[in-house]
Write a new protein. Structure first.
Length: 332
């Protein structure tokens, strides 16, 4: 159960992280590319009160010198609804602004001839059409879906529809094993491949009934590494089976020859699950209350280096086949 919940938690964190990144990208595109905020030619009514008074005083002085009514009315319109209040403040402090009451009265008479005058607003700049924005959002969602697929589901393909790569060459999965006569085919079958360098390798697969009912999950992940440095040198894998009708997750540990024969490593990993020596063609069975999983080593190879021989894997391909267990006979 803990393993299953950990898988769900990891997937949620990855999905949430990708969603945040894509959301930031969309926000930056809209805010800085399509609809950037621009501040130009702000009207006088947006200034501080003292600056509005300075502005109006200069407008009155300019009108007194030029007697240009159009320019005076335009300056007055810049103040909008705040005009009368600012004019009253300038009139109360006329001497401080070097104005006479007669000059202020002349200006007041002029602008009073056009009450409620407001500046003619400029046509707002047209942003991109809704169609363009919609296309951008669809592309972003498509990228999000592709990222989620690559991060979460790229290794989750049925065994017979997937091929592994070993040393750069494609290797077709081996044919499904033959089962005893009369045994039903598995309800789910998967192939998962680890190659050195995939330090985050942790595959999980859903187990569903033929009718689509969720029965549980299974998976393979890194259990133990050896040595130091990158990439990690994997010396053991955990193969696990979760059954929704069981109270615990069953785990077996698939070990390299070095780890299996090293008493200290083997005893430590035995706390995680039954130790199993990894060999080509090796089969191991995991059973829960209602499910049975057979894991088969399709192919494997060890890495070479300064570490002990056969101590870490270069590549490992496992086939996972799952069957429902027959219900036990009723107690007499």
């Amino acid at each position: 159960m803990d393993k299953y919940l950990g898988q769900i938690s990891r997937q949620m964190w990855i999905a949430g992280g990708v969603g945040v990144v894509v959301g930031l990208i969309i926000g930056l595109l809209i805010g800085y590319v399509f609809w950037p905020v621009e501040y130009t030619d702000a009207a006088a009514r947006h200034l501080r009160v003292d600056l509005q008074q300075d502005y109006l005083a200069l407008t009155i002085q300019n009108y007194t010198r030029t007697q240009n009514p159009a320019l005076a009315q335009k300056g007055w319109a810049e103040l909008g609804e705040k005009g009368p209040e600012v004019l009253a403040a300038v009139q109360a402090n006329a001497a401080a602004y070097g104005l006479s009451q007669e000059e202020i009265a002349a200006f007041s008479g002029l602008v009073g001839a056009v009450p409620g005058a407001t500046p003619t607003p400029e046509a707002p700049a047209r942003g991109p059409s809704l169609l363009v924005v919609g296309v951008v959002c669809l592309v972003a969602l498509a990228l999000l879906g592709a990222l989620l697929y690559l991060l979460l589901f790229r290794n989750r393909q049925p065994a017979l529809a997937r091929s592994a790569k070993v040393g750069g060459a494609a290797v077709a999965p081996q044919a499904a094993p033959t089962y005893p006569e009369g045994q039903e085919p598995p309800i789910a079958q998967y192939l998962t491949t680890y190659t050195i360098g995939n330090d985050l390798y942790d595959d999980s697969f859903s187990i569903d009934s033929p009718t689509g009912e969720f029965l549980g999950e299974c998976g393979v992940g890194i259990s133990e590494t050896i040595g130091v440095g990158d990439p990690k040198k994997v010396t053991a894998f955990e193969v696990w089976l979760f059954d929704k009708n069981d109270i615990q997750t069953v785990t077996k540990v698939l070990m390299s020859a070095h780890a299996f024969n090293d008493q200290a490593i083997s005893q430590r990993l035995a706390l995680k699950g039954e130790p199993v020596l990894a060999e080509p063609g090796k089969r191991m069975v995991l059973e829960t209350a209602t499910l049975q999983l057979e894991a088969r080593v399709v192919n494997m190879s060890y890495g070479q280096g300064a570490l002990p021989p056969n101590s870490f894997f270069e590549q490992m391909t496992l086939e996972l086949a799952i069957w429902p267990k027959a219900a036990p006979p009723p107690q007499a």
